[in-house]
Design a protein around this ligand. Structure first.
Ligand SMILES: NC(=O)c1ccc[n+]([C@@H]2O[C@H](COP(=O)([O-])OP(=O)(O)OC[C@H]3O[C@@H](n4cnc5c(N)ncnc54)[C@H](O)[C@@H]3O)[C@@H](O)[C@H]2O)c1
Length: 421
């Protein structure tokens, strides 16, 4: 026992395992059949979508696989075409409109990368799986319980069809997090008894409504300020840290009690901040805290206290000396590594499927948001099994499908107010 041992001292006397230890042994397997050509398409050609496509191509290079970009899709024509142009795509292969995803999944692509606002993910993943594509789905993957349950259903369908699905929760493909997860599983900090997870930052951007702009166009451009498309920032950003909590603890929370409010956000209908107590059972509570507010203390991370030590996310770990195998990853960039792990698992005939786990982490975040918006205690069962619960079929509207059907009505740009006056 060495309660003061830090991460550096662990590195000196342990060999640690690669991504395979935390998720699946397929990570360690080489691609079957040597080099092969893969065809990839992108839905949602914004900042992350363009980044994810570049990361996918880098992953192919690392694996020695030829890759071809065969289609792009975006709600806006210019965005689909700008993304396609980089790879010499003909205009006819750059699809636009809210039904662009249908045209993308109907192409001859093997892999579809999805990086639209999260509200669209359940519909798009269902279509991609139906079309038999391997998928990369950016986090989060839903904004309401109905959407999260749809992802879980698509996950089962993907598994039955032998399709790979990897999520953009890149910490699960990052050496320092994988190492700490392995050490915790080996007993380095004993039993986790509590913790804090935080995403305290600023509003990513604010887009103003343009003259004569439709409701659909405005909400799509300014989606990070609308609960209906983003799930609010507890879902959109803080899901990363909540996912680490669920992953490190190895179980889901039983219930959440959340607070939140808004004083400064200028557009949309989201909160500025949330503070949520997650009850993980066995007297273990995780405090979740997130805020988007300029000029305030900024911090993103996770901390867990165990019976024998403590651990800061992918950072310092103090506790018992344990030995775990060495981690070997192809890339220091976890946003590349996640594609390496997806492609290699598919080529090895053992496709990784992270759809259920990211749907669950998304639902954990949604559970906190519903509690803060309503002022009520929300149980996990309210969202997954108890059909009588008022929260079970709680739907954010307009829903993804409404955008395809015709004009949508912009939700009021005011935040929810919990409780009674
Ligand atoms: N893993 C990470 O660290 C990370 C980082 C940033 C963003 N993200 C996630 O990536 C996703 C995209 O975020 P972003 O920052 O790229 O946003 P963005 O606004 O830059 O891009 C979203 C794109 O999707 C398009 N779009 C919107 N609705 C569409 C629809 N129905 N069909 C087709 N295209 C549609 C938009 O026009 C836009 O081009 C979000 O889920 C976000 O949470 C993840």
């Amino acid at each position: 026992m060495n309660p003061t041992m830090n991460r550096r001292s662990f590195l000196g006397n342990t060999t640690l395992v690669g991504a395979g230890l935390a998720a699946s042994s397929v990570f360690a397997a080489p691609p079957a059949g040597g080099a092969k050509k893969v065809k990839v398409a992108l839905i949602g050609c914004g900042g992350r979508g363009n980044g994810a496509l570049a990361n996918f191509l880098d992953a192919c290079k690392l694996l020695g696989i030829e890759a071809e970009v065969v289609a792009t899709g975006d709600a806006f024509k210019a965005k689909a075409e700008n993304a396609g142009k980089k790879y010499g795509l003909a205009e006819g292969r750059c699809f636009s409109g809210y039904d662009a995803y249908q045209k993308v999944v109907a192409t001859d692509c093997d892999y579809v990368l999805m990086a639209t606002p999260p509200a669209f993910r359940p519909l798009h993943l269902a279509a991609a799986v139906e079309a038999g594509k391997h998928c990369f789905i950016e986090k989060p993957v839903a904004v309401d319980p109905i959407g999260a349950r749809s992802i879980i259903a698509s996950s089962a369908k993907a598994a039955a069809k032998g399709l790979g699905v990897v999520a953009g929760t890149q910490r699960r493909h990052q050496a320092n997090y994988l190492r700490n997860k392995a050490l915790i599983d080996a007993g380095a900090i004993g039993k986790i008894k509590g913790g804090v997870v935080q995403w305290n930052g600023t509003v990513p951007w604010t887009k103003r409504r343009e003259e004569n702009e439709s409701d659909a166009s405005y909400i799509t451009r300014n989606w990070v300020n609308f609960n209906e498309l983003s799930g609010d920032h507890i879902v959109e950003q803080h899901v990363h840290n909540l996912d680490v909590a669920v992953w490190f603890l190895g179980r889901l929370p039983i219930a959440a009690i959340g607070f939140g409010g808004r004083a400064r956000r200028e557009t949309g209908n989201m909160f500025d901040f949330f503070s949520v107590d997650y009850d993980f059972g066995e007297d273990v509570h995780i405090h979740s805290q997130c805020r988007q507010l300029a000029g305030t203390y900024q911090h993103v991370g996770e901390m867990f206290t165990g019976t024998e030590g403590s651990c800061y996310g992918g950072g310092k770990l103090s506790g018992k000396e344990v030995t775990v195998p060495e981690i070997k990853l192809e890339s220091d960039n976890s946003m590349v590594q996640e594609h390496v792990d997806l492609i290699r698992s598919v080529m090895a005939g053992k496709p990784l499927n992270e759809a259920k786990s990211i749907a669950e982490s998304t639902l954990v975040a949604i559970m906190g948001r519903i509690s803060a918006y309503t002022g009520q205690l929300v149980r996990w069962a309210d969202l997954v099994t108890n059909e009588q619960s008022p929260f079970y079929n709680l739907a954010c509207t307009p829903a993804a499908i409404d955008f395809e059907k015709g004009p949508i009505k912009l939700p009021a740009e005011v935040p929810p107010v919990p409780g009674k006056g």
